[in-house]
Design a protein around this ligand. Structure first.
Ligand code: CTP
Length: 399
């Protein structure tokens, strides 16, 4: 379940650090990629050699390592991680986190991290009960961090009470529960299309469009990130997928995309047709390169099959269909007509007339219209973020 999840474990200087090698083993066994950061005092409790052997990655304490001249970027680490776990967290590190003190790599990475942060305190019971510690924990929770409460029991000092770091098995269970909560599409089969199609005129020329494929790729990745079993049918595109679980089917022409969609859509629960399929294709492809002759060249074209309409006719009641509408005029009414004509549950309207939207750019501005004619307008955003909005809306409409 944790396959390819990127987890940073930040270890601070507490005797409970002895539990971390076992925690790393459990996470690695679940398929997670683990990067360990140690505070300087954590090195007194657990060795970097043990932790790097178990995690399969070098262990970092400082941004700059004078031995090999290597620089470790806290910003890159913070962006890389899907989750940061600070365990054990001492009263000292807790206080620094709560107050924005950034005097080691663990703390600068914590401040840079965009992912969810979990922290598992370990300290003596009086330190844990002290109003400063209580206030710091509350502050960290108010910042949106997740507390893994210490358990009660015998402490290393010989005292008995709350302060023992939670056991590794339970921490792993909490992490799994967290990721499972993000899996809105676990068990769902999803087919997404992306990119343009290329319709050959002769061996060197084609009719195409400016679609990059980015929107469809981002949607496919977003579904897969949330546990969906995704098939992406894509026309020619230089985009790449982040999620390795996605089955990618490459096609070139509208006819090939039609065949691939017909093959895969039957057992899909959700179909998102983001591809910019050519509406016309040359009646026949010349086998030799067309030579230049005269001022004009007439190429006879014929209509391609409308893939979405074809699938719409065979749609099962439990299937959810989303299409795209690229419009330059009468945008809303044209999108609504397409929604009905193609038997869709939802259509995503975008227009190249909006600056920064539609083809060939990294951003898009969309309006989602549902079957019940509800409209949701979104701001101009990165396509990666538009994909989140689209997938969120599909989740809401399919639940
Ligand atoms: N579509 C399709 N097969 C086609 C053409 C379009 O499946 N041969 C799908 C697109 O992937 C999109 C939706 O239909 O999800 C609308 O595409 P669009 O190009 O906006 O509309 P068209 O139906 O082609 O109509 P027009 O070009 O006249 O606007």
């Amino acid at each position: 379940m944790l396959k390819d999840k990127k987890i940073i474990i930040g270890v601070s200087g507490s005797i409970a650090a002895y539990k971390i090698p076992y925690l790393i083993r459990l996470l690695v066994k679940e398929g997670a990629q683990v990067q360990v950061l140690l505070t300087p005092s954590a090195r007194d409790f657990v060795t970097p050699l043990t932790l790097s052997t178990l995690s399969g990655n070098p262990v970092f304490t400082r941004s700059f390592n004078p031995e090999d001249g290597e620089w470790t970027s806290h910003v890159e680490l913070g962006l890389w991680a899907d989750l940061m776990l600070i365990a054990p967290v001492t009263a000292n590190t807790l206080g620094k986190m709560a107050n924005g003190i950034a005097d080691n790599l663990l703390l600068t990475t914590y401040l840079s991290a965009k992912c969810p942060v979990f922290f598992a305190p370990a300290m003596d019971l009086d330190m844990y009960k002290h109003p400063v510690t209580v206030g710091n924990i509350r502050a960290l929770q108010e910042f949106g961090n997740h507390l893994i409460s210490p358990t009660e029991g015998e402490l290393a000092s010989g005292l008995c009470g709350a302060g023992r770091m939670e056991e590794p098995e339970n921490i792993v269970a909490l992490i799994k529960e967290h990721f499972a909560g993000e899996w809105d599409f676990a068990g769902k089969k999803i087919m997404v299309t992306a990119g343009p199609t290329h319709e050959s005129i002769d061996p060197v020329r084609y009719i195409g469009n400016h679609s990059s494929g980015l929107m469809g790729f981002a949607i496919a990745d977003e579904f897969a990130e949330r546990g969906g079993e995704v098939t992406l049918v894509t026309g020619p595109s230089s985009c790449s997928l982040a999620n390795e679980s996605i089955r990618r089917v490459d096609v070139v022409t509208a006819a090939e995309m039609h065949d691939a969609c017909m093959k895969h859509f039957g057992d899909a629960d959700i179909i998102v047709m983001a591809a910019a399929v050519a509406d016309y294709t040359p009646e026949h492809m010349e086998t030799e390169k067309i030579k230049k002759s005269g001022d004009n060249l007439n190429i006879k074209v014929k209509a391609t099959t409308d893939i979405l309409s074809g699938m719409g006719k065979k749609k099962k009641p439990e299937q959810f269909f989303a299409g795209f509408a690229l419009e330059t005029e009468n945008q809303l009414s044209n999108a609504l007509k397409k929604l009905e004509r193609k038997n869709l549950d939802m259509i995503v309207l975008n227009s190249p007339k909006d600056e920064g939207a539609a083809f060939g750019v990294e951003t898009n501005k969309v309006t989602i219209i549902t079957k019940d004619k509800e409209q949701f307008e979104y701001d101009l955003k990165l396509k990666l973020d538009v994909a989140v909005d689209i997938v969120d809306k599909i989740r809401d409409l399919t639940n």
